[in-house]
Design a protein around this ligand. Structure first.
Ligand SMILES: [Zn+2]
Length: 452
């Protein structure tokens, strides 16, 4: 294709698994789209040129598990995730899970130029009336969520578990309407661990399901963590054509320290954090764990969420009457490594994507940790781009993203190979982040036909 280009990214190492490109190239953009990838585009044809020499140029990172509008009603329930994700080099994010109105409002007030789709979290007595919604109720909830701009719903089994029957009904109701359904596993019979994952093949029926953050069920709570990974792989393989999956590479998780009137931790994930290091699952156990520096509390500082520890953490937790966002280093590195790199015999990855489970949680390390695996020799650059962008684009049906074919969206993440960190990103060929500083505003809300 000839003609002028609005922008040329000059001389970067272009990594595009869909087209098998893994070499130094120029990328020309026109009207926000990729117009040409070739060895040399003449200066005279370019209205604007950005020098990318010595840098890695890959299709923009698509984060299939992010938090932009938190389901928890506390101080972290703000849209800081837009800026935090954009700073790390992400260009498209799936919010898992918030509320469509809050997502839209957050994008307006704190948007950083990202493409964003959202799932509505299913919280009893909040986004869904009943403790264990029936199939007819769920049909209405899903239709309503789609109409308000969500692309589906999220089951929060580690926080608001339903019965197995009700969980199956949610999955069925979503699939009937071709809505996305993601599951943080756990039911009233199990927990947020391998036992929860073991229940999933039975209840999924014939539908499709996004099984969220597989690493969260391979923390060594049920048995040795690598044995848990091996069983998780078997479970996923048994429904390979129905499941999509992701795992994140941060050691720290995110949870909530809410305690009931008797001083017991309410949420299963928080209880598991205590059990992992032998603390009681009570307010006293949590206070000691925070004082010991085992975990921390998430607080807002200068428009970002950061983690504070020790007495600062206890203060933040108490100020919010225990209903506070907390974080603990419960993800074993060996699980993260195995889950990210293991393949089927046919060469496809067993876990589809590298996610952050970040956004407004300060662990947006998907790109830099994946690049560390490249440095280590565990992944090739093409494989890194596949897990960060191409496969996520197929998961979400964003056929114009995840690659640099002619006519594809001009979404790009530029990575500095010496640090592994993103140093620039573009959405529709417009910079949204330069040198770690966000220059994008607002965002593009990805909805279904019903939400349009
Ligand atoms: Zn999450």
């Amino acid at each position: 294709m000839t003609g002028r280009f609005d922008l040329v990214l000059r001389g970067g190492h272009v990594v595009d698994p869909a087209n098998g490109t893994d070499s130094v190239m120029d990328v020309g953009f026109r009207l926000g789209k990729v117009a040409q990838v070739t060895e040399r585009i003449d200066d005279g044809l370019a209205d604007d040129v950005i020098d990318a020499s010595g840098k890695i140029v890959m299709p923009g990172h698509i984060d299939t598990h992010a938090h932009l509008s938190s389901p928890f009603n506390n101080s972290v329930n703000r849209a800081y995730g837009h800026v935090m994700l954009a700073e790390s080099g992400t260009t498209t994010a799936l919010d898992l899970a918030g509320e469509p109105g809050a997502l839209a409002e957050g994008m307006r007030s704190q948007g950083a130029g990202l493409n964003v789709a959202g799932l509505m979290g299913l919280i009893p007595h909040s986004t869904v009336k009943d403790d264990d919604p029936s199939l007819p109720v769920m049909r209405d909830v899903v239709a309503d969520a789609l109409g308000r701009g969500a692309i589906g719903v999220k089951l929060l089994g580690g926080y608001h578990p339903f019965t197995l029957e009700s969980t199956a009904d949610v999955i069925a109701a979503a699939n009937e309407q071709l809505a996305w359904v993601a599951f943080h596993v756990g039911s009233k019979d199990s927990g947020s661990d391998l036992n929860g994952l073991r229940e999933v093949p039975e209840i999924v029926g014939g539908g499709r399901l996004h099984v969220a953050h597989i690493n969260s069920y391979c923390r060594g709570l049920v048995m040795d963590n690598l044995k848990e990974c091996a069983e998780a792989f078997e479970i996923i393989e048994s429904k390979r054509s129905q499941f999509v999956t992701e795992a994140y590479l941060a050691q720290i998780n995110g949870t909530n320290g809410k305690c009931d009137e008797d001083g017991n931790l309410v949420y299963n994930v928080a209880q598991n954090c205590m059990k992992a290091r032998g603390y009681p699952t009570t307010d006293a156990g949590m206070r000691q764990a925070l004082l010991d520096g085992y975990g921390g509390a998430l607080v807002e500082r200068g428009g970002r969420i950061v983690i504070v520890t020790g007495e600062d953490a206890v203060r933040a937790w108490e100020e919010q009457k225990t209903d506070a966002s907390l974080s603990f280093p419960v993800n074993p590195a060996t699980s993260a490594f195995t889950l990210t790199t293991e393949k089927y015999d046919d060469g496809e990855f067993r876990i589809d994507a590298v996610s952050t489970d970040g956004g407004s949680l300060p662990r947006n390390v998907a790109i830099e940790r994946t690049m560390a695996l490249v440095s280590f020799g565990a992944l090739s650059l093409l494989e890194a781009a596949k897990k960060l962008s191409y496969t996520p684009s197929r998961m979400l049906g964003l056929l114009n993203k995840g690659h640099f074919s002619e006519g594809a969206d001009g979404d790009v993440t530029v990575v500095d190979p010496s640090t592994g960190k993103a140093m620039m990103s573009l959405v529709n060929a417009q910079p949204i982040m330069i040198g770690g500083r966000v220059v994008g505003r607002g965002g593009k809300w990805l909805v279904t036909g019903a939400g349009e």
